[in-house]
Design a binder for this molecule. Structure first.
Ligand code: ATP
Ligand code: MG
Length: 385
């Protein structure tokens, strides 16, 4: 019997007018996720089918598909002829030894001689007979359900379960964003969340080599790779801010190190975003999580961004909620590796919690802001993932 993967879409549905645009993006992303596998992708109304693939690769392919935003659920079904005996043969493999069940039928072929209720009843009767008293029908709260989908051309699909998809919108349908990617837990999750809303996400990382080591950089490359599986490919840029931290350390008040550094990061990020056509910045900030993530801290870093919005998808989340998402996306184990990213170098003992903008501007005026940014851009590297 032939296996078929059913892919049902999530919210794309709702987009009546632009439906074609959303479907094309979704299709492209599915194909990208399945690159290297042999299969056929067939579009039907409201869903896709994957046919003619190597059955031994089913699990692997499903794992890839589960990272494609826009999919609501999947089922691995058996394709059979649509006569009742053939459907029953397939249905048997989804039956448990004992307990209660129901048969749920959807009839795409309106010319089929039986209604969907009649098909369910007939298949249910055959299962009861086959189970010899060990199974009972319970349509309200069954311990398992056999799903039958009668298609055109004398074929039916039979399956037992719905596998969760990633939901959200197809990546690329909401534009492009530039994620400030650190080596921590939060920013990869922030990127994941915005990709889920359809943004194509590219990453920018600031490092302080030689104060931070190569392992710190590798860790960020690994995080970008993990994220990239959800974002349909990600570009990773890295920029050195060592000279900026040194300049701040030398000339400015120690407690403003983080605040001032952040303002440089945001300026560099916006300029790099504009260079590559990104339409927003994304950060992993969460209100009150650390000293620099107060409203005052955010105001200070926002005020240097001139043209783009700054998205902070985690602003209202607790750390444990963020960790849960990090685990779910598969980034957590990498994020907690102990290599420092640049912010821990020159870290003041008591960072300013509510920095005043006037004081920040006074300290910043001691620095050659444009010169330092130019030097940072001279260190810009694009890393192939
Ligand atoms: P994360 O877990 O993402 O590192 P965090 O809790 O350590 O966040 P901060 O260090 O205050 O918080 O950083 C806040 C945000 O600033 C990060 O989520 C990230 O978007 C950005 N950021 C911080 N450090 C870097 C860096 N070295 N390179 C790029 N972006 C950074
Ligand atoms: Mg961090």
């Amino acid at each position: 019997m032939k296996k078929v993967i059913i892919i049902r879409y999530a919210e794309i549905f709702l987009k009546k007018k632009n439906r074609g645009f959303f479907e094309r993006a979704f299709e492209n992303n599915l194909q990208r996720a399945l690159k290297g596998y042999t299969y056929e992708l067939i579009k039907q109304s409201g869903r896709y089918l994957i046919e003619n693939f190597d059955e031994y690769e089913t699990e692997e392919m499903l794992a890839k598909l589960q990272k494609v935003f826009g999919a609501h659920s999947f089922s691995v079904a058996q394709e059979t002829a649509s006569d009742l005996d053939s459907i029953f043969e397939a249905a048997k493999s989804y039956c448990q030894e004992s307990g209660t069940f129901k048969v749920d039928t959807h009839r795409g072929d309106k010319k089929y001689p039986l209604t969907s209720i009649e098909i369910s009843r007939e298949i249910g009767a055959k299962i009861l007979e086959y189970a010899k008293g060990k199974l009972k029908v319970d349509v309200h709260n069954p311990s398992f359900t056999v799903h039958v989908d009668v298609r055109d051309h004398g074929k039916a699909l039979v399956f037992g379960e719905f596998i969760d998809g990633a939901n959200g919108m197809p990546v690329g349908t909401a534009g492009k964003g530039m994620l400030l990617l650190s080596g921590g837990i939060d920013s990869p999750v922030a990127g994941y969340m915005m990709a889920k809303r359809g943004l194509k996400v590219d990453c920018l990382h600031f490092h302080s080599y030689p104060y931070t080591n190569m392992q710190a950089k590798e860790k960020v490359v690994d995080l970008a790779k993990i994220l990239s599986e959800y974002t349909c490919g990600t570009k990773l840029y890295v920029v050195s801010v060592t000279h900026i931290q040194e300049a701040i350390h030398e000339k400015c008040k120690a407690e403003l190190m983080i605040t001032l550094l952040r303002r440089f990061m945001y300026r560099i990020a916006e300029r790099q975003a504009l260079r590559i056509g990104s339409q927003c910045l994304i950060t992993g900030e969460s209100l009150g999580q650390v000293a620099s993530q107060t409203i005052e801290g955010m105001t200070s870093s926002n005020s240097v961004v001139e043209k783009l919005p700054v998205l902070r998808p985690l602003v209202g989340f607790d750390k444990n909620e963020i960790i849960e998402k990090s685990v779910k996306m598969g980034a957590y184990e990498t994020s907690i590796l102990p290599f420092e990213d640049c912010c821990t170098v020159f870290l003041p003992e008591f960072p300013a919690i509510r920095p005043k903008l006037s004081e920040i501007l006074r300290e910043e005026s001691k620095l050659d802001v444009e010169g330092l940014i130019a030097e940072a851009f001279a260190s810009l590297e694009k890393i192939e993932l």
